[in-house]
Design a protein around this ligand. Structure first.
Ligand code: PLP
Ligand code: COI
Length: 351
């Protein structure tokens, strides 16, 4: 199916006011946004309009029952000026997986991809060209239908907004391994990119920030003995020369960066084990000096090295290595994303 996308262009672009050399993460928005409405049992044709506030009825179910999901992706420019996306269909598939769990209608992949590509063409000038920056893309879906009845809405919106962005973490990433609160539970929505998962993390994360950490590493909700993921990233731990990461499950987001890093590690002959990682073994490894690295992976975070962690009122520092796996893998993935190396796995999509 090929949808007709009506485009209303902004009268005067605000791009001249943006300092592309000092981009924050996700807080400067491009000129246009895409909206697609689900009504009377079907998706209407998407429209692209100037970025602006939207009107919703106060009884819209998003406000009351939190039917809301989102995705995070990035567009890059290569040296020749081509626009590139990284595994975009994976994001669309995950959006639909989240949608199913939150009883939001499935968005056809071709409508999503066509709309996204069209939006990127309209706001082509907003895709940063400087190293380390990219256009962060935020597709999201929510219940726009009305009513206080606690049941799924009958109207929804898919929207896509974009924001030229620099690094997600400004400085050191110092984490607290959580032993009281849980991000997600078995049978819950942890695997979905549901807005509520993030809202639920804010309070424990705020407590961790007050103690001097800037991220929480979530442990399993049942025993708090195993490391799962961080608030916006999957987690890798390097003990000696082996990289470890937790298997995904009901509670963990199946990160696209995570699975790409697993493949790249294999390509680079880095030993990897996907298995449960106990907090105890990480603490013992830190004490004995065999814990070499910890890092988070995610679209926004790319690969963010963790400099230290806290657990049960004690702090542990990670060593500084000359050639950490985090740097090797970050170069490997960003080179593919920006067309500086061969795309052996067919991950890049050129517009
Ligand atoms: N885990 C959580 C909770 C996230 O929000 C993200 C970010 O999207 C990730 C992991 C990493 O996922 P991805 O690599 O697909 O961006
Ligand atoms: C992403 O990495 O795209 C995310 O969605 C994480 C978000 C919380 C910034």
């Amino acid at each position: 199916m090929s949808a007709t996308i009506e485009i209303t262009r902004i009268e005067k672009s605000k791009i001249a006011s943006v300092d592309f050399n000092n981009l924050p993460f996700g807080s400067v928005f491009s000129d246009h946004m895409l909206t697609c409405t689900y009504k009377n049992g079907k998706w209407e044709s998407p429209v692209i309009v100037p970025y602006a506030p939207i009107a919703l009825d106060p009884s819209a179910k998003i406000f009351h029952y939190g039917q809301s999901i989102f995705e995070g992706m990035k567009a890059y420019k290569d040296a020749k000026g081509n626009t590139l996306l990284f595994r975009p269909l994976e994001n669309c598939k995950r959006l639909n997986k989240s949608a199913e769990r939150l009883v939001i209608p499935q968005i056809p992949e071709d409508v999503f991809m066509q709309g996204l590509k069209e939006l990127l063409k309209v706001d082509d000038a907003w895709i940063p060209t400087n190293e380390g920056s990219s256009l962060y893309i935020r597709p999201f879906m929510f219940a726009s239908g009305n009513g206080f009845h606690a049941s799924p809405a009958d109207e929804y919106k898919l929207m896509i907004c974009t924001a030229p962005s620099g690094a997600y973490f400004a400085g050191k990433v110092n984490v607290l391994i959580e032993e009281k609160y849980a991000r997600a539970a078995n049978g819950g929505v942890g695997f979905a990119k549901a807005g509520g998962n993030y809202a639920a993390q804010f309070y424990p994360t705020q407590l961790a920030i007050e103690k001097g950490y800037n991220q929480v590493i979530w442990t399993d909700d049942n025993t708090h003995e195993y490391i799962e993921e961080a608030g916006a990233m999957n987690i890798f731990v390097r003990i000696n020369d082996t990289l470890l990461t937790s298997p995904t499950n009901d509670r963990i987001l199946d990160g696209i960066t995570r699975k790409s890093i697993l493949q790249l590690a294999e390509d680079l002959d880095i030993a990897v084990e996907v298995r449960k990682i106990s907090v105890a073994e990480v603490v013992i490894a830190a004490q004995s000096g065999t814990l070499k690295e910890m890092f988070g992976t995610g679209t926004a975070a790319v690969i963010s090295p963790i400099t230290g962690f806290g657990f049960q009122e004690k702090d542990y520092e990670l060593p500084t290595l000359e050639m950490p796996f985090a740097s090797i893998l970050k170069k490997a993935i960003t080179d593919i994303q920006t067309n500086k190396s061969e795309d052996l796995h067919g991950w890049r999509v050129q517009l």
